[in-house]
Design a protein around this ligand. Structure first.
Ligand SMILES: Cc1cc2nc3c(=O)[nH]c(=O)nc-3n(C[C@H](O)[C@H](O)[C@H](O)COP(=O)(O)OP(=O)(O)OC[C@H]3O[C@@H](n4cnc5c(N)ncnc54)[C@H](O)[C@@H]3O)c2cc1C
Length: 510
């Protein structure tokens, strides 16, 4: 008897029975509500070894690749050799509040070790291996939040607020040649108004240096004008690769966001975080590993973006993209942000790498916006988010250079994947520049059907110590309970089991 669901093809009856039982248990309200306290009790009564072994053999088996690099490699190889599906090693790290240097250094070493083991120091080994990194696993939340304030002041408080679109001689119209709309520019007078608003004293020479820093060497704008793309590309609250960029006026502006003075500890902490990230990327560059950077909460995301943009600027020169930055389509600002990013990469002559997701922190974002009394950054309806997601992949694909740019369509949504497939066809793009991705244990039907149609498809494989994986598993359990298609997948498994046992198919609700 053959399954109609491509994800179930070739799976043994024992595997199907076990999977169905685990899916059902994972979706039980009682289990999801009390999972964490049950695990803690079990640690006390049965001990860590027995409890972890139980988790690893149940939910861990379906949604993760186990606790070690070895278990990850085994799963990765099986997935590719049996099913032709690539993988993203996703070391599970939760955002850490304190500056735990040993923990962050440990995470850096573990990610590097994962690449080394997977590649055996040879870039041609395991071409199906990619990696995920979460920057808040390499530096603490408080630090990212701190630098987010100054980055927001620079981008929103200065550029957005004081730039103008009128009276400009040069228009940056790189993005959409058919529907050009001029990008704003910031003038010397605009910066002066900003400095006055924030009571920042300066000399004319400091202002000259700041303007020079913000401009491209071959800027097409006037002496006292800065275009949006050059400002976005050149102005960062923390420069990564050159101390020369820390002009005194830039420092004064950033310090005004923190209430006046620089926090030396945080500056040291971000330097360490940058060093860790650079070390990881150097190995990824040498071993030819694609690195997918997680998108996180908006109150830290501007810092994460700024860091990742600088890394891409350094590493993507004369090379195809391998650092994929995450963009969340549930944010109202994302369509414009993606356009700016694509134009920036074109203007700076580097490859762009984007991972497009819907976004995983919706409830937290809405709660924070309502508590702190600002407009929610999230689209009001799910339909708006769907529309935004589809527009974002369209804007990427219509502007993608197949020689060097890459996008990851990271979604379980069948309609979005169908739209992506049509856009690939329209734009003559193949699997070398467009990849589809789903999480392990989610939407296997979609993953296997994409693979059967010849698309490049990867699964995110979470791995790491079992006690780190438990909160991840509970979050995923909640998510899969909410999404109808996961229930349908469970129905498919049940039908397949019944067919194999020659039992009558259970009627499904209309
Ligand atoms: C490979 C991969 C990598 C990922 N990486 C990241 C990452 O780096 N950062 C990150 O934040 N997330 C990441 N995610 C998770 C992702 O953001 C989504 O939470 C998840 O994939 C569900 O979205 P979907 O595109 O699969 O489609 P669907 O399941 O169709 O999306 C539906 C979900 O969208 C959400 N939603 C979004 N906007 C709204 C709205 N306005 N109103 C109501 N509901 C809304 C709801 O939770 C709903 O359940 C990743 C997902 C995948 C598959």
């Amino acid at each position: 008897m053959h399954s109609t669901n491509p994800a179930l093809k070739g799976k043994s009856l024992f595997y199907l029975l076990k999977t169905a039982a685990i899916y059902r248990a994972c979706q039980s309200e009682f289990f999801l509500r009390h999972g964490e306290s049950m695990t803690n009790k079990s640690y006390k009564i049965l001990g860590k070894t027995i409890t972890n072994a139980f988790v690893e053999r149940t939910g861990g088996l379906i949604f993760t690749s186990g606790p070690t690099i070895e278990t990850l490699m085994k799963d990765m190889d099986r997935l590719y050799k049996e099913d032709g599906i690539g993988s993203v090693a996703n070391f599970v790290m939760e955002g850490i509040e304190d500056d735990d240097i040993a923990k962050f250094d440990g995470a850096r070493d573990y990610l590097i070790e994962t690449m080394r083991v997977s590649k055996n120091d040879d870039p041609s080994v395991r071409k199906y291996f990619q990696m995920a990194i979460k920057l808040t696993g390499l530096g603490h939340m408080d630090m990212f939040e701190h630098f987010n304030k100054s980055q927001t002041l620079l981008l929103d408080g200065l550029f957005k607020k004081y730039s103008i679109t009128e009276h400009q001689d040069v228009q940056e119209l790189l993005f959409d040649a058919e529907n050009p709309s001029p990008r704003p520019i910031l003038t010397r007078n605009g910066i002066k108004s900003f400095l006055a608003e924030h009571n920042i004293d300066y000399t004319e020479q400091e202002l000259d240096e700041f303007i020079e820093l913000a401009k491209f060497e071959d800027s097409e704008f006037g002496k006292d004008e800065i275009g949006e793309i050059e400002f976005y590309h050149n102005i960062h609250s923390h420069y990564v690769f050159s101390e020369d960029h820390n002009t005194s006026l830039l420092r004064k502006i950033c310090n005004s966001a923190y209430g006046g003075s620089e926090d030396k500890e945080k500056r040291e902490a971000i330097k360490r975080c940058v060093d860790r990230t650079v070390k990881i990327l150097e190995v990824a560059d040498r071993l030819n590993v694609i690195v997918n950077v997680d998108a996180e909460q908006t109150y830290i995301q501007k810092t994460l973006d700024s860091l990742t943009r600088q890394m891409q600027t350094k590493f993507h020169r004369d090379r195809e993209a391998f650092i994929m930055n995450g963009y969340q389509s549930y944010l109202k600002a994302t369509p414009e942000h993606i356009k700016l990013e694509i134009e920036r990469c074109r203007r700076a002559d580097i490859a762009f790498g984007l991972k497009i997701v819907r976004g995983a922190y919706m409830n937290e974002e809405r709660r924070l916006a309502s508590k702190r009394n600002y407009e929610s950054p999230i689209w009001e309806t799910i339909e708006d988010t769907h529309e935004s997601y589809n527009l974002n992949i369209k804007n990427c694909m219509n502007n993608l250079d197949p020689i060097k740019d890459k996008i990851l369509v990271a979604s379980h949504n069948v309609d979005s994947c169908n739209i992506a497939k049509a856009l690939m066809k329209q734009n003559n793009l193949d699997s070398s520049s467009v990849c589809f991705g789903q999480l392990k244990g989610f939407s296997d039907s979609l993953t296997y059907s994409l693979k059967d149609q010849g698309y490049n498809v990867i699964k995110y494989l979470p791995y790491g110590p079992t006690n780190y994986l438990i909160p991840y598993l509970l979050r995923r359990g909640h998510e899969s309970k909410e999404v109808m298609r996961e229930h349908l997948f469970l129905d498919d498994i049940s039908d397949e089991i019944r067919a194999r046992l020659h039992l009558r198919k259970k009627p499904r609700p209309a």
